[in-house]
Write a protein that binds this ligand. Structure first.
Ligand SMILES: Cc1cc2nc3c(=O)[nH]c(=O)nc-3n(C[C@H](O)[C@H](O)[C@H](O)COP(=O)(O)O)c2cc1C
Length: 337
C-alpha cells in the first residue's frame, strides 16, 4: 500500500489536528453547522465541522469557519448522496483538516478527496463497513452508535459497536459518535480506545448553531426520541428525531411510518442524487404535516416557526440529559474529560 493510501494512525491524527479537547463537533448538514459554529468550536480547542450545504454556501461557510478559528484546523462533512465535485474543490481550496463522509461508502469521493491530499474518515455502524471503508482508502472511520441523532448507520449502542469496529480498524483511528452529553461520556469512550469523540445533539443546542430557536427549545425539553423513516424523500436512511406534528400524525402505529410510504420512499432515492440541495430545501417549504412527503430538510433560524412541525427535528438520545442552550465554547468546556 503506498504511503498516500495508508490509513493514519490515531497518534498521527491527533498530531495533525492539534486538538486541545478530543471532541469533534458533528457536521450537521442543511445549514445547522455553518461557519459560526464550526469556527467557534475549533477556536475553543475542539474540531469544528461545517456540514453539507449547496456548494457556494458550503465554500463560504468553510472560509468563515477558518477565519473564526484563527490558526486552528477546521473539518468538513459530506453526505454521500448529495456530494458534487464542487464540494471536493471547496474542501481542498479551504484546506479542510479532515473530511468526514456519511450516508454510504462513497468510493469515488474517498478517491477524489485523497487525490487532493485530504484526510477522509467514513462513518460506519458495523465492523464490515469499517473494513470496506479502509480498503477503499479511508484514513480512518467514525463509529456511530444507534443512540445518535440524525441519520443512522449505527445499529447498536456505541459501547457495543466500538470494540468490534476498533478490532476491524487495526492502527487506523476510530472516532466514536452517539450519546455524548457530558465529560464522563467522553472519558468512557476514550478509555475504550476511541481516538476522539463526535457530538451532534450537544452542539445543536448552542447559540452558534443555525437551527430554528423553536427546534432548539423543543430538543432542550424533549424526553424521548423516535428512530423513523418518515423524513426520507430523496434519502431513505433511518433517522433519529424528536416528536412533532408530522410524527404524531404518521408514526403513532409504527415509529418507522406507514409501510406503503416506506416502500415509496425507497423508490425516491434517485431524487436525492439528482436534485440539488438548494431545490430540496425549496421542496421542504411545501411540506404539510397532513401529507406524508417529507424531505430530510431541517428547520433553520429565519424559517417560520410552523416549519418545526413539518420538518425533521433530528436529535439523539442525549435529549434526556441535555436541557440548556450554551455557547459552543461552554458546551466544549463541559465535554473536556
Ligand atoms: C441535527 C443533526 C444533524 C446531523 N447531520 C449530520 C450530517 O449532516 N452528517 C453527518 O455525518 N452526521 C450528521 N448527524 C449525526 C452526527 O454526525 C453524529 O453521528 C450524532 O450527532 C452523534 O450522536 P449525538 O447526537 O448523540 O451526539 C447529525 C446529527 C444531528 C443531531
Amino acid at each position: 500500500m503506498c504511503a498516500a493510501m495508508r490509513p493514519l494512525t490515531a497518534g498521527e491524527l491527533a498530531t495533525q489536528l492539534r486538538l486541545q479537547t478530543p471532541v469533534v463537533q458533528a457536521g450537521m448538514g442543511g445549514g445547522v453547522a455553518g461557519g459560526a459554529l464550526a469556527g467557534a468550536v475549533s477556536r475553543a480547542g475542539g474540531l469544528g465541522t461545517v456540514g453539507i450545504m449547496a456548494p457556494p454556501v458550503f465554500a463560504a461557510a468553510l472560509a468563515l469557519a477558518r477565519r473564526l478559528a484563527g490558526d486552528r484546523p477546521v473539518a468538513a462533512n459530506l453526505l454521500v448522496p448529495f456530494v458534487r465535485e464542487a464540494h471536493v474543490r471547496a474542501c481542498a481550496d479551504e484546506r479542510a483538516a479532515l473530511v468526514v463522509l456519511h450516508g454510504g461508502l462513497g468510493r469515488r469521493w474517498i478517491a477524489r478527496l485523497r487525490e487532493r491530499g485530504l484526510h477522509v474518515l467514513v462513518t460506519v455502524g458495523t465492523q464490515r463497513e469499517a473494513e470496506q471503508a479502509l480498503a477503499a482508502g479511508a484514513s480512518g472511520v467514525v463509529a456511530q452508535g444507534d443512540e445518535a441523532g440524525g441519520h443512522l448507520l449505527g445499529v447498536e449502542p456505541i459501547e457495543r459497536a466500538l470494540p468490534r469496529i476498533l478490532a476491524a480498524a487495526g492502527d487506523a483511528p476510530v472516532l466514536a459518535a452517539g450519546g455524548v452529553a457530558h465529560a464522563h461520556d467522553v472519558a468512557r469512550l476514550l478509555a475504550q480506545g476511541a481516538a476522539a469523540v463526535v457530538a451532534g445533539t450537544r452542539f445543536l443546542l448552542t447559540e452558534e448553531s443555525a437551527a430554528n430557536d423553536e427546534y432548539k427549545r423543543r430538543v432542550a425539553s424533549a424526553r424521548s426520541t423516535i428512530a423513523t423513516d418518515l423524513f426520507g424523500v430523496g434519502w431513505p436512511l433511518r433517522h433519529r428525531v424528536i416528536a412533532n406534528a408530522a410524527t404524531e400524525r404518521w408514526c403513532e402505529r409504527d415509529p418507522h411510518g406507514p409501510a406503503p410510504l416506506r416502500a415509496a420512499l425507497r423508490l425516491s432515492a434517485p431524487l436525492g442524487r439528482l436534485t440539488p440541495l438548494r431545490a430540496m430545501s425549496g421542496l421542504a417549504a411545501l411540506q404539510r404535516p397532513a401529507l406524508p412527503l417529507f424531505t430530510p430538510a431541517v428547520p433553520l433560524a429565519g424559517m417560520p416557526e410552523a416549519s418545526v412541525d413539518r420538518c425533521a427535528l433530528y436529535a439523539g438520545e442525549t435529549v434526556t440529559r441535555l436541557g440548556d442552550v450554551l455557547s459552543a465554547a461552554s458546551a466544549l468546556e463541559q465535554l473536556a474529560p
